[in-house]
Write a protein that binds this ligand. Structure first.
Ligand code: TYM
Length: 464
């Protein structure tokens, strides 16, 4: 299969089941993300709103979302260089509100019949659920997925075969919209599905690997769990004794070894297996070892990420910011084309405050003044706080606390000196007194705060 270059690519994963990924997700999707991201602009989304079709318990959803974020990031970080990883736009669907707005608009160009033919809905009907009991979210799931893809004007959507129909539906919807509004607003995306991993079969050898069927091999579970999953893998039912010649075709252990084993060793093992010279247990042991070795870097990345929530948040904030830029561009065009923009319009998309970024207007609201410390004392009953009485050029001085005794600061470090203070904060109770502002500090070596001197400046002067 040809690897595309210089295209825009989007894909998503739903935090269903318990939110964890299995080797089917890896081979069917994430492995392609990693390969394609090297030469394409890549948007990867945690499709948390999609999870609502089945998960309607707050705690479980929260946990699933976090698990999925860590699983996916660990795979990306485990198998990519930092530079490659930093090119990926990794974000959460619910951090970009335009997904649901877009869905709501494209609903109106989509015939009901298109959705009635969707597999996910039809499969559900064939199970034990009555049509009237299927939630509308599940029925309109392909609409949200179409919105996910169309918002970013994606050229390519790498997915497993089970998602192919959703991309065809997305193309249809884009076509209807462009035709109705006589403008090529939406790009028609193409699926990217390598044949050899289009459907990764489960350890039962019968059905697609899927968390809900319990036929998975996980990547971030404990060694015991993964060993158990591997040991339970379907081999050759015709083989009763170790000495019987075995079959390797359709034998899931060899299928997986084809991806994770060392090729020459796998070849040798296949020969021995066909001659009845190696036991099922031995080949499974080798599969277990291979899986653990293969995913070793990702498992290490998982532990690092789990211990560093600030980093995970930063990655998501950066992703949100970049995703919003494109989503806003598309929705501006959509709003314009459908006719909600009129001479009375004033609405404009503002990038919501994302992670660390605030707008210039917001920053301008911060009032920073030069203050002179008139009094400085350790706060009684606290081992952190120093109580400052500060002249900031107002009629009365302010009481401002700083919690830095733990860093070795004493009142003498402040007394009689001038610093910068933030003076328009809502007062905050500290112990039994209100702090009426905050002293400006800079992180120093090993995060010890350093205070910015304002010596020689006019007391009360505002800083801009
Ligand atoms: P989801 O979360 O069910 O699966 C994530 C990805 O893993 C692939 N996959 C498999 N591939 C091969 N063999 C398997 N046994 C196997 N199991 C899972 C899936 O095909 C998928 O690529 N609706 C999507 C998520 C989504 C999305 C999107 C995808 C939401 N918005 C926009 C692409 C673009 C889903 O539920 O995938």
């Amino acid at each position: 299969m040809n690897i595309p270059v210089n295209k825009r690519l989007l894909s998503g994963i739903t935090p269903s089941g318990d939110g964890s990924l299995h080797i089917g997700n890896y081979l069917g999707a994430v492995r392609q993300f990693i390969e394609l991201a090297k030469s394409n602009e890549t948007y990867l989304m945690v499709a948390d709103l999609h999870g609502l079709t089945t998960i309607q318990d707050k705690k479980q959803l929260q946990q699933n979302i976090e698990t999925l974020i860590l699983n996916e990031l660990a795979l990306l970080k485990g198998f990519m260089t930092d530079d490659e990883f930093n090119n990926i736009i990794f974000f959460r669907q619910s951090d970009v509100p335009m997904h649901t707005e877009c869905q709501s608009i494209i609903n109106n160009v989509t015939p009901l019949g298109l959705l009635k033919r969707a597999h996910a809905y039809k499969d559900k009907l064939q199970k034990d659920v009555m049509e009237d009991d299927i939630n509308v979210g599940l029925f309109s799931y392909p609409m949200l997925m179409a919105a996910d893809i169309l918002l970013y004007q994606a050229d390519i959507v790498p997915v497993g075969k089970d998602q192919k129909q959703h991309i065809e539906i997305t193309r249809d919807i884009a076509g209807y919209f462009n035709k109705i509004y006589k403008k090529n607003v939406f790009k028609l995306p193409a699926p990217f599905i390598p044949e050899e991993v289009a459907v990764v079969m489960g350890t039962d050898g019968q059905r697609k690997m899927s968390k809900s069927l319990g036929n998975v091999i996980a990547m971030f579970e404990s060694e015991e769990v993964i060993r158990k999953q591997v040991m339970g893998t379907f081999t050759d039912p015709t083989r009763k004794h170790v000495t019987d010649p075995g079959h390797v075709e359709g034998n899931m252990v060899f299928t997986y070894l084809g991806f994770f084993g060392e090729p020459s060793r796998v070849k040798k093992m296949k020969e021995l297996y066909k001659e009845g010279k190696v036991s099922d247990v031995k080949v499974k042991e080798y599969l277990y070892e291979s899986v653990m070795t293969y995913f070793g870097p990702a498992r290490r990345a998982y532990d690092e990420l789990k211990n560093n929530p600030a980093l995970v948040k930063e990655i998501l904030a950066r992703g949100q910011e970049r995703a919003l830029t494109i989503a806003i561009q598309t929705m501006k065009q959509v709003r314009d084309v459908i006719g909600v923009t009129t001479q009375y319009s004033f609405f404009d998309y503002q990038k919501p405050v994302s992670g660390k970024t605030i707008s210039i207007d917001e920053f301008a609201r911060v009032e920073l003044r030069v203050g002179k410390v008139q009094e400085a004392k350790n706060k009684e009953g606290s081992d952190k706080l120093i109580r400052l009485v500060v002249d900031i050029g107002e009629e009365n001085p302010r009481i401002i606390f700083t919690g830095v005794r733990g860093f070795g600061y004493t009142p003498e470090d402040f007394l009689g000196k001038q610093f910068f203070f933030i003076t328009n904060l809502a007062p905050r109770k500290m112990m039994n007194e209100e702090s009426q502002g905050m002293i400006l500090a800079v992180d120093g070596a090993s995060l010890k705060p350093q205070f910015v001197s304002a010596e020689g400046m006019p007391v009360g002067a505002k800083i801009r």
